[in-house]
Design a binder for this molecule. Structure first.
Ligand SMILES: C=C(O[C@@H]1C=C(C(=O)O)C=C[C@H]1O)C(=O)O
Length: 327
């Protein structure tokens, strides 16, 4: 690893830890508990806390070097440290998500711009029933993507460019959103993968509005890698072959974070899969987890935190998806 990998003096620290680990005297911006049942985001122990129905039995904690201030704004909970912000919301299960998703994103963008954090740095979208049909017969992920794209269109020029994200299924209903954002001087670099069509340019065969995310975002010496799957160009490859899909996914991430692609985006350095940490591996079929895990253990550092979550991916033909960070 390079100097860039040091714990940032500014920016957001993050860790996976056992559920219920004490906040202690840490400055915690947000806590996401991966559990069996989801709960409306709230301030708990003075910390914005989201309990998401993903299984897993761990918590993801975002920390700051600086004192934080927490708040509640409508249905959003948040914490800010003067440079970086965490916020979270839940959208309750409904027949059609489009308008409510747009409103939730609008509210989040309104909050972050009002508080002075217009740079969106990383977004997670946990979508219950992601590949099920909504009340109109449209796949819920496609329904979700419409509302999100409408909000990004409305706020173009006022919030920063579209950052890294994850859009993944859950083991429950409802939709959970959590975001990281920064002050205007945050200067994130959003990366694309030369082997993958930018998601915001996917053709309409994948839905009326393209998904709004970049393949990775580099900020504060941290590279946030979006949820990545077995997609080349815009097409799913290695249908029905979970190991093949894992291989393509790992190769996509390796190409994304490697020196050549970073250089193409004006970022110095270059990373390999062994540098990836806080890895979430999403596997559609529980029975596939041992196979996927065996392959991932070869690819990632033995020191990396890696969790395996049994949830649907955003296309019915995707069996596996992987995200992580490099510091
Ligand atoms: C796997 C893909 O997309 C997924 C969906 C995302 C979203 O809609 O925010 C982001 C990354 C992935 O979790 C892909 O299109 O390659």
């Amino acid at each position: 690893m390079t100097v860039d990998s040091a714990v940032p003096v500014r920016g957001i620290g993050s860790a996976f830890e056992p559920v219920g680990t004490d906040v202690g005297d840490r400055n915690v911006l947000g806590r996401v508990v991966f559990s069996d049942l989801g709960v409306q985001p709230a301030i708990a122990d003075g910390v914005p806390t989201v309990i998401v129905p993903m299984g897993g039995g761990f918590q993801e904690v975002f920390t700051s070097e600086r004192p934080v201030r927490t708040g509640v704004d409508g249905r959003l909970v948040y914490a800010e440290d003067g440079e970086r912000l965490f916020c979270a919301a839940r959208i309750d299960r409904r027949g059609v998500y489009r308008d409510t998703v747009r409103i939730a994103y609008d509210s989040a963008f309104e909050l972050i711009t009002r508080l002075g954090y217009p740079q969106v740095l990383r977004m997670w979208n946990l979508v219950g029933g992601i590949i099920d049909d909504n009340a109109d017969g449209l796949e819920i992920y496609r329904d979700f993507c419409i509302g999100r794209a409408e909000a990004f269109d409305t706020w173009a020029g006022r919030v920063g460019r579209i950052p890294a994200a994850t859009g993944i299924g859950t083991r429950g209903q409802d939709v959970y959103l959590y975001f990281l954002a920064g002050t205007p001087d945050a200067e994130p670099v959003h990366l694309e993968n030369p082997h993958q069509t930018p998601a915001y340019e996917y053709p309409d065969e994948y839905g009326p509005k393209s998904p709004s995310f970049a393949r990775a975002t580099y900020v504060d010496g941290t590279l946030y890698v979006s949820g990545t799957a077995s997609i080349i160009g815009d097409e799913t490859v290695r249908h029905g072959d979970v190991l093949g899909q894992t291989e393509v996914t790992l190769a996509n991430i390796a190409d994304l974070i490697g020196a050549e692609n970073l250089d193409r985006h004006g970022v110095s350095g270059g990373f390999t899969l062994a540098d990836l940490d806080q890895v979430k591996v999403y596997v559609r079929d529980a029975a596939d987890i041992p196979l996927v895990k065996a392959r991932c253990e070869e690819a990632f550092s033995p020191d990396a935190d890696v969790v395996y979550l049994n949830v649907d991916v955003c296309r019915p033909d995707l069996l596996v998806e992987i995200e992580g960070i490099v510091r």
